[in-house]
Design a protein. Sequence first.
Length: 221
Amino acid sequence: MNYDRIYRYRFQGIDAGKKKIVWEEIAGFIYKKLSEPASILDPAAGMCELINAIKSGERWAVDLNEYFIGTYADPKVKIVVGDIFKVALPESHFDAVFVSNFLEHLDSQFQVAEFLERMFACVKPGGKIAIMGPNFKYAYRSYFDFADHTVILSELGLAEHLYGAGFEIEKVYPQFLPLSFRGGMPVNRLFVKMYLSLPFAWRILGKQFLLIGRKPKLVGI
């Protein structure tokens, strides 16, 4: 699959400035949900919108697409180019991991489990993971409008995956963000701030889940 051409087609005509505003506001929201981590890993960074915007002092970005990560990552972000299942990452190192719109691209539920087990190994005891992605339960009509969507997930199945990987489930939001802020909705900082502060709006417009998990602290440490 030629991801470079697919993503170029998918994101053509997108206003980069508006996209940056949206991700800056999402990053601030997620940063607080993750208890303001000092170190954070984005294991599928893509164009690095989240990792560039988040306030953590130590930021790592992993992606298979060397052009994207090399072009868009902030100079202060440590970049790792390669397959997230194969690249070398420190164990029990990160205060938090944030995964956005990645799991649905994997090959199977077994690979989702393998990925989450890898993330569990990377997070410090007491550290957190946040996962955001399309919820098939609410986005089934357009879930497969994307050429690289393969695995079907809902918030319930993902909660089981997280727990199976060793995480404690801290919070589950079945509906969080829309699939996109494109379309008829206004895209400006005030609108995004207001949306993130109004959970009742999530239950109307939200098509993506957000789950927060925590790695248990080791007994006696």
